[in-house]
Design a protein around this ligand. Structure first.
Ligand code: TRP
Length: 336
């Protein structure tokens, strides 16, 4: 049986943190290791430029950072194809054709785009760029260039995949039944709260632990995590339900440790400093293999380049095949 094609990826705008890991990366590694899928992972530099066009250096640098994070987490270039979006001109080409199949008002109604525009007032002022408003069209092209059937992603990506489905349906109605309608596979992964208790972990919020953080950085961050604000002295009775340290213990510590930590906290028998030190140690151990693998690639930039180059070359071939079909359907196949 033919393996289902997966298309997914991320914008290279910063290093990955544990929120990304639990939210989506771990799931991708699982899907990779199941052997059931043919997975393409794009490093979406073109999309990153839609809201970082004034900072090309940042995007460029983060292409390699993102790849190193992927590799460190166990994505294996022998099993999946990791490629750079801008190196696949077929995707840009398809974006142009797709742009006839979507209206401006439909883009303006896309909930994800709407939220993001609201957050980017500083960059866009009162009027958003054509490129940013249109990035869902480009994302649809990302998926379709690789005939992606499944798109593992978080809830925030649902409106984007929905929009891709609409574009595909419209394409098939007009030009014939040639494209596959993609489906989102929601990563049932957890959304990890920030060190400050914020619902979201994020770079701009300054509340994240990065996969590449050193042991010292992890310890320092954990020591700053928010604990039960009503607990001032060690023998005050604590409430682990409103303590970020207890929250992370549940992710990184053994069940026995969690039980002990929570019990002693509630009884006022455990100091927060000790509790944090123990947590920091567990996070450091948990992330050790990832950190060490990442350090290895940091020391071997030529390997990182090779992986990018080979993945992109393979992706290019697949993209060419799809475009042949698309152009034929659109009567753009002028010469043999
Ligand atoms: N929009 C995704 C993000 O914000 C990145 C992305 C670009 C993507 N193209 C994609 C994800 C295609 C899935 C499929 O990180």
């Amino acid at each position: 049986m033919e393996k289902k094609r997966i298309l997914t990826g991320d914008r290279p705008t910063g290093k990955l943190h544990i929120g990304h890991y639990f939210g989506s990366i771990r799931k991708r590694v699982e899907m990779q290791n199941s052997g059931d899928y043919d997975m393409y992972i794009l490093i979406a530099d073109v999309q990153a430029l839609t809201d970082n066009f004034n900072n090309p250096e940042k995007v460029r640098k983060n292409v390699r950072e993102l790849l190193m994070d992927y590799l460190a987490c166990g994505l294996d270039p022998k099993k999946v194809t990791i490629y750079i979006q801008s190196m696949i001109p077929e995707t840009a080409e398809l974006t142009v054709y797709f742009s006839n199949l979507v209206t401006i008002s439909r883009l303006q109604r896309n909930p994800t785009v709407k939220t993001e525009i609201a957050q980017k007032k500083e960059l866009f002022g009162e009027s958003v760029t054509y490129g940013f408003l249109g990035y869902p069209v480009s994302q649809a092209a990302d998926i379709v260039t690789f005939e992606g059937e499944l798109v593992p992603a978080g809830e925030d990506q649902e409106p984007l995949v929905e929009q891709a489905r609409e574009i595909v349906r419209k394409f098939n109605n007009i030009y014939g039944d040639v494209l596959k309608e993609p489906k989102i596979v929601l990563s049932e992964g957890k959304r990890i709260k920030g060190l400050d208790g914020n619902e979201k972990m994020g770079k701009s919020l300054g509340n994240a632990i990065y996969l590449s953080d050193s042991e010292e950085e992890i310890t320092k961050k954990v020591m700053s995590a928010i604990t039960d604000p009503n607990r001032i002295k060690k023998d005050d009775l604590g409430n682990p339900d409103i303590c970020m340290v207890a929250y992370y213990h549940k992710l990184f510590s053994t069940k026995e440790e969690v039980d002990t930590v929570c019990k002693e906290c509630k009884e006022g028998k455990r100091g927060c400093v000790n509790c944090k030190k123990q947590l920091a140690k567990n996070i450091i151990e948990y992330l050790r293999p990832i950190r060490e693998k990442r350090a290895y690639y940091e020391e071997h930039p030529e390997l990182v380049d090779k992986i990018l180059k080979e993945g992109t070359a393979k992706a290019k071939k697949t993209a060419e095949k799809t475009m042949e079909k698309v152009k034929k359907a659109m009567k753009l196949d002028y010469f043999e």
